[in-house]
Design a protein around this ligand. Structure first.
Ligand code: 1CP
Length: 343
């Protein structure tokens, strides 16, 4: 047994209480985050300061005594390194000044150089220096599909119309782009491991834009290539990999594959049915609807205990939300959620 409940769970070893961390645990709902954030007009400038990233990653650990920390950065650093010109302006989501709008934009892309992202790897090293030795750090990237969607759309969107049109009109150019992103993600994650992360999570946050068949062709195929490369590389082969697919059209039990140590469930997934059918072959994380955190303490207790009692005897269970925490949540409610899960 190692000293980390989180790593134990990823190895399907039992824990007395479930390890806890949650998506977007460092961020806008924390007043101590806002205190630092107000000094930067562009969020990306803050991500480029490794010591600041380390401090931000530690904030939720110090406040809530969580069982895992996640690198403070963003999934969109890769398209930014491809010169798509990322900025996060006041009160807006991400925007690319130089998005992919036609196939030629893919042919003329600069080649990915992970050294452009040395600020991220330095952030890993700085965070490791501040974290207690037995507290694992999670590295991450977006799936090639999710990164392509932001790069083509030029930012966030409700319906990702441009991306869908691009997929219809230029499927082969899109595949070329996904191939480029796939190689970039692998090199990016490998370098995070060399810098000190203990586990990896791949976020396919726009899986729900795709039909079951498209998900296989445009998303999972490339994510599997990344994990295959990681698993055949001596540097990364023992690092556990977690996959988050946001509300996919395909059944979770059908999309799980061998290289994964853990599947992170969206809040719409049925954790009971899934845990029964995967029978302890893979760790399971997540599933609590983040909206519950705006409810009363009683409702939070009920919902946390519902999930924990379903997963009580499942050795590889990691308590987490079914998607990122939203900026409007009162940190006190998070405390209630954690207390309920530890009880
Ligand atoms: O203005 C601000 O203060 C910036 C808010 C913010 C933060 C705190 C953004 C912009 N990114 C982050 C950090 C971040 N992003 C982390 C590390 C912090 C932590 O988790 O503790 C991580 C892991 C991410 C990952 C990320 N970024 C995802 C995948 C997870 C998910 O929520 O599905 C996605 C989709 C992004 C893109 C992104 N970055 C930021 C925003 C507001 C968005 C969403 C844009 C949109 O689609 O509307």
């Amino acid at each position: 047994m190692n000293d980390s409940k989180f790593l134990n769970a990823l190895e399907l070893k039992p824990n007395s209480t479930p390890p806890i961390w949650f998506m977007r645990q460092a961020g806008r709902y924390l007043p101590e985050y806002q205190e630092i954030r107000k000094n930067y007009s562009n969020f990306l400038d803050m991500c480029k300061e490794p010591k600041t990233c380390a401090k931000l990653a530690l904030q939720p650990i110090e406040r809530f005594d969580l069982d895992a920390s996640i690198l403070f950065s963003d999934i969109l650093t890769i398209p930014d390194a491809l010169d798509l010109g990322l900025a996060f302006h006041e009160g807006e989501g991400p925007k690319f000044s130089n998005p992919i709008s036609k196939p030629e934009d893919i042919n003329t892309l600069i080649s990915f150089d992970e050294n452009t992202l040395s600020y991220v790897f330095n952030a890993v090293e700085e965070t490791k220096k501040l974290l207690p030795a037995d507290l694992p750090l999670i590295g991450f990237c977006g799936s090639p599909w999710t990164l392509a969607a932001y790069s083509i759309e030029g930012g966030g969107s409700k319906d990702f119309k441009k991306t869908k049109n691009f997929m219809q009109d230029h499927p082969s150019a899109l595949h070329d782009f996904l191939e480029i992103l796939c190689d970039a993600c692998y090199r990016y994650l490998r370098q995070q491991v060399l810098s000190g992360v203990n586990a990896l999570q791949i976020f396919d946050s726009w899986a729900d834009l795709l039909s079951a068949q498209e998900l296989e062709i445009f998303s999972l195929q490339y994510t599997k290539k990344i994990t295959q490369k990681l698993k055949s590389d001596p540097i990364t082969k023992n690092i556990p990999i977690i996959l988050f697919e946001k509300d996919p059209r395909q059944k979770i039990t059908d999309l799980i594959f061998d290289d994964l140590s853990c599947i992170s469930l969206h809040w719409k997934n049925d954790i009971e049915a899934i845990s029964r059918s995967v029978k302890n072959n893979i760790a399971i994380q997540g599933n609590l609807n983040p909206m519950i955190l705006s409810e009363s303490d009683e409702i939070i207790y009920q919902e946390v205990q519902r999930i924990c009692s379903i997963m009580f005897e499942y050795p590889g269970f990691i308590f987490n939300l079914g998607h990122g925490i939203t900026p409007d949540i009162n940190p006190q409610k998070v405390q209630t959620m954690i207390k309920a899960a530890r009880e």
